[in-house]
Design a protein around this ligand. Structure first.
Ligand SMILES: [Zn+2]
Length: 222
């Protein structure tokens, strides 16, 4: 962790921890299927994981400092294979199967939610789960979704950047063993899936942040 100088206030885990529950829109508790954009949750994600001064800062998400992320809260249950999905991370891109109107409608919906279509990723959180989850689970699930928000690599394994803008070329990262070692290290072995020596070594150590059980509740993994 970065050492604080005299005038600098270093946020403690508790400062940002409580705020995710408080960010769930109250409309989520009302009847009817809802999806609501929440810029404040994006701010929470940035302050918690992308700010080098945060105790939960994760260097592995550094490429996301220039990413445009949209967060949606929903109260719509999403069950697959007898499991409840509580979060997903997606590229902000309509499915290729849509025709012209389908794509235009898709973008129009994005515009209505976020006020822009210039987004790289859309992360969706299932409000009823987060309303009852522990703080550590909030961290583990959102950190896990950020791991899905990857940067493409070239044939030499080097991160790719757009020639014109210099921005990273973003891509969705699957549940790759190497890339999810961080979740094991930070939240414990029950927070992930897969096996490799690195994973096992990370799992043997005490989690850096706290133990969380989030396996198989991410829609992007399934
Ligand atoms: Zn996942």
């Amino acid at each position: 962790m970065k050492k604080a100088n005299k005038n600098e206030v270093v946020p403690q885990a508790g400062d940002t921890a409580a705020s995710l529950s408080s960010l769930i829109p109250i409309e989520m508790a009302e009847p009817g299927d809802k999806f609501m954009a929440c810029p404040k949750t994006v701010e929470w994600i940035r302050a918690t994981f992308l700010d080098p001064n945060s105790p939960l800062y994760n260097v592995e998400h550094d490429h996301l400092s220039s990413a445009e992320i949209g967060v949606l809260w929903t109260n719509v249950p999403n069950n697959r294979h007898m499991r409840s999905i509580v979060a997903t991370a997606e590229l902000c891109m309509p499915p290729g199967s849509l025709n012209k109107w389908g794509k235009a409608r898709w973008w129009s919906q994005i515009e209505q939610w976020f006020g822009t279509t210039a987004l790289d990723f859309v992360v969706t959180f299932f409000a009823p789960y987060f309303a009852g989850a522990t703080e550590i689970e909030h961290f583990a699930v959102s950190d896990h979704e950020l791991y899905h928000c990857g940067q493409k690599r070239d044939g030499f394994g080097l991160p790719m950047f757009k020639k014109k803008t210099g921005k990273p070329v973003f891509g969705l990262r699957g549940h790759d063993v190497e890339e999810f070692v961080g979740i094991y290290r930070r939240y414990g072995y029950q927070a992930g899936a897969g096996d490799s020596i690195a994973l096992i070594n990370a799992a043997r150590k005490s989690p850096e942040i706290g133990a969380a059980q989030i396996a198989r509740i991410c829609g992007t993994c399934q």
